[in-house]
Design a protein around this ligand. Structure first.
Ligand code: JHZ
Ligand code: ZN
Length: 436
């Protein structure tokens, strides 16, 4: 079976789930075709609201091996995201504390001199974050199930125990993270893997079905002073800014802070600080530990804001669902009139959200000439169902488009800066269709 249906809330286990948005039967958002004749599977894309804990979640869970064994998204392509990771690495370095009794683990080491904080990054992708951590002298380990990043990684069996030659390499566990994987990591003899000062999870919690098992693994690996740092798009922005295109089969959950606090407590972790970040259309970064003396006021502030905005009430979600169709109507109308005028429209960013946008709106190669993406492995492929060719950035100069549709509007500033000399106008689809 390619997917299973959700019957209970992923966080609180309630069966009191109400559907509020259906985007139809869509292909997997990161599925790219080598050939337009390839058969494409479609899956229902419906969102449910948990009336007990306010978690929005998809009605189905697609088999993660189909989604992630090969993953075409490379985080480092965006300079904005790379800088974001540099910032997080610096934050961790400044927060790091020497564990209370590290000499128990490696008595031969003079810890005052040699101790360096360690970071385990879950779903480490192309090591965008870990490379920044490494530059700051932190011990690094990745856990990434996709096999296509191998060039950048070092297979565990190539490293001997306590090998210091590993310092400039980034070891990786080629597995989905789970409690079982955490036990394997802990039983490994390689030093940077044990007793993690930091465990990071950028844009991965939303992809995880069994969150309890995942956090059990985090709890198991985190040292007593350790901090778990997770980032995810905040469902507040999904609703407020009409970011419906961030809904796709990989994103099983759309998080508010409230259900996460409940979940973390159940798993023996306490969220002690929250930061709002502009990345990916507006994200939250949460900090959690096993032992917490003081909870920062940011936690209460975000909870109050969520409540004041009505984000714990089903009616807010039903209202949001009514606005989603506006984008479809306006975007289709705009592209139709541009076609009649003979204007050439290209897109920038063969993103997952672009797949939802184009397929939900029923756009294809008639509306959009081609999509530029700088990820080498995406170039030369076609988007699924919409069948739009993905081309390299030179094609902006060759084709001289009149309009560029920003299918990765979350990187609007970076994309406009990189293409301004082309002289095209930009179509920004979210929160409402606009030409700038
Ligand atoms: P981008 C991503 O989704 C990945 P996507 C993931 N699914 C997730 O959870 C969310 O974010 C939060 C390209 N690009 O990041 C790179 C350029 O070519 O908006 C990407 O293919 N040049 C894990 O896929 C795409 O655009 C550039 O200058 O919706 C952007 O995709 C830049 C900035 C990007 O996310
Ligand atoms: Zn719930």
């Amino acid at each position: 079976m390619d997917y299973k249906a959700v019957t209970n809330c992923r966080v609180c286990k309630s069966r009191n789930l109400t559907p509020y948005l259906s985007l139809g039967n869509l292909p997997l958002a990161n599925l790219l075709l080598n050939n337009i004749k390839e058969r494409v599977e479609r899956y229902p894309l419906d969102v449910l609201f948990c009336n007990d804990c306010a978690l929005s979640q998809l009605s189905i869970v697609v088999n993660p091996h189909i989604l992630y064994d090969h993953y075409p998204y490379y985080s480092s392509v965006s300079e904005t995201f790379r800088k974001h990771c540099e910032g997080l690495a610096k934050t961790m370095k400044s927060m790091a504390r020497i564990p209370e009794r590290p000499e128990w683990l490696f008595p031969e080491i003079n810890w005052e001199e040699k101790w360096f904080p360690t970071v385990l990054d879950i779903a480490s992708n192309d090591n965008c974050l870990l490379k920044e951590c490494q530059k700051l002298g932190m011990g690094v380990l990745g856990c990434e199930p996709a096999t296509n990043f191998d060039m950048e990684k070092v297979l565990m069996d190539k490293l001997s125990s306590h090998s210091m030659s590993a310092d400039d390499l980034i070891p990786n566990f080629n597995k989905f993270f789970s409690y079982e994987t955490a036990c394997e990591i802990a039983s490994s003899t390689i030093r940077p893997m044990w007793n993690h000062s930091f465990i990071t999870a950028q844009n991965v919690l939303a992809h995880v079905d069994d969150l309890h098992d995942f956090l059990k693994g985090v709890h198991f690996l985190l040292d007593d002073n350790g901090v778990f740092i997770a980032e995810f798009p905040h469902a507040k922005n999904l609703i407020e800014n009409n970011e419906f295109d961030t809904i796709y089969h990989e994103h099983l959950s759309y998080f508010l802070l409230k259900p996460l606090i409940f979940l973390f407590v159940e798993c023996g972790l306490k969220i002690f600080k929250v930061e709002k970040l502009p990345i990916h259309g507006g994200s939250l970064r949460i900090y959690a530990s096993k032992r917490v003396d003081e909870v920062d006021k940011s936690v209460e502030e975000v909870l109050n804001e969520e409540e004041e905005l009505g984000l714990y009430d089903l009616i807010t979600y039903k209202n949001f669902a009514r606005h989603v169709e506006d984008v479809k109507i306006h975007l289709k109308e705009l592209l139709k009139s541009l076609r009649y005028q003979g204007a050439k429209v290209m897109a920038y960013g063969a993103s997952a959200k672009g797949s939802t946008l184009m397929n939900y709106c029923g756009l294809d190669f008639i509306d959009i000439h081609s999509i530029v993406d700088e990820t080498p492995s995406k170039i030369g492929k076609f988007t699924a169902v919409s069948k739009i060719p993905i081309v390299n950035k030179n094609h902006f100069y060759l084709e001289q488009p009149d309009y560029i549709l920003l299918t990765a509007w979350n990187f609007k500033d970076e994309m406009i800066e990189k293409t301004k000399e082309i002289g095209a106008k930009y179509i920004v689809p979210i929160p409402r269709v606009e030409i700038i």
